[in-house]
Design a protein around this ligand. Structure first.
Ligand code: NAD
Length: 270
């Protein structure tokens, strides 16, 4: 048996929604671990190119490829570009996501469909494209023990209900059973599929929750570990889940949340 390693040299990773926030940190983390990285962006080409540059500066290789993950043709093109540049794909980080918040009685169908389309259907389209490539290519045991690895970016809101964000919570609840069903379906083909459920991480998506001292103090009441998460906290978990160190892990959600799902409101109550 080869020694399990966090080293991802010789592997190719696609990271969606990687021009900012968690996706950018994950792309850089995978690059530092030695993977060649396909940096997907939606509209922010400069952001995508800057992340690809950072991966190259870390000593690996990267390309930036635009494309809306909720568009089937764009997802096919993303994986075709990845194969054209680097030959195959070993790792998918299905990270792209967004929020369109509203009280349920005022939520438009367009905002419901947009969030489900990107956060759930977009993840499915990317998982399907990655799985097709893993199956076509077959095992490469000298590169990685698994034939392919997928990490879905879920949320603590796959478990914690979230008033005012019903589209987002429904999308992440959907990601949970999509990930588990795919993991069950493909484990015998040596494809490992897991999720990361971040708590509150300092990124543009939740800026209003941390960018004033008052908002941050309110937020910290929900986090037993006493600090907001940083994108690098998620990158470290993603590198582990993509590596042979986690080779016996599939169908799992790794909560990276400073204890948010420990329901700290119940510490002295209830
Ligand atoms: P972010 O807004 O910085 O990143 C989201 C990325 O997705 C952006 O780069 C955006 O351009 C991209 N994106 C949006 N729609 C897209 C589309 N149709 N096609 C391709 N890319 C698209 O916020 P983030 O916090 O880095 O979010 C990344 C993921 O982490 C999301 O899935 C989010 O739900 C999840 N998450 C974040 C937190 C947090 O606290 N920040 C907590 C739980 C889960």
């Amino acid at each position: 048996m080869t020694k399990p390693t966090l080293d991802l040299s010789g592997q190719v990773a696609v990271v969606t929604g990687a021009s900012s926030g968690i996706g950018a940190a994950v792309a850089k983390g995978l690059g530092v671990a030695g993977a060649r990285v396909v940096v997907n962006f939606n509209s922010d080409r400069d952001g995508g190119e800057a992340v690809a540059d950072a991966v190259r500066q870390a000593g690996s290789d990267a390309i930036a490829v635009g494309g809306d993950v909720s568009d089937e043709g764009k997802v096919e093109n993303l994986f075709a570009e990845a194969k054209r540049a680097f030959g195959t794909v070993h790792i998918l980080i299905a990270n792209a996501g967004l929020q369109k918040d509203a009280p349920a009685e005022a939520m438009t169908l367009a905002d419901w469909n947009k969030v489900i389309g990107v956060n759930l259907t977009g993840q499915f389209l990317c998982c399907r494209a990655a799985i097709r490539e893993f199956l076509d290519r077959g095992p490469q045991p000298d590169v990685s023990r698994a034939t392919g690895k997928i990490v879905c970016m879920s949320s603590v809101h796959e478990r914690i209900m979230w008033a005012g964000h019903v589209n987002y919570a429904a999308s992440k609840g959907g990601v949970m059973l999509m990930m588990q069903s795919l993991a069950q379906e493909f484990a015998d083909r040596k494809i490992r599929i897991n999720s990361i459920a971040p708590g509150d991480i300092r990124t543009p998506i939740n800026k209003e929750a941390w960018d004033t001292p008052e908002a941050l103090a309110k937020l910290l009441r929900l986090i037993p570990y006493g600090r907001i998460g940083e994108p690098e906290d998620i990158a470290n978990a993603a590198v582990w889940l993509a590596s042979d160190h986690s080779d016996y892990v599939t169908g799992a959600t790794l909560f990276v949340d400073g204890g948010m799902t420990l329901y700290p409101g119940f510490r002295d109550n209830g």
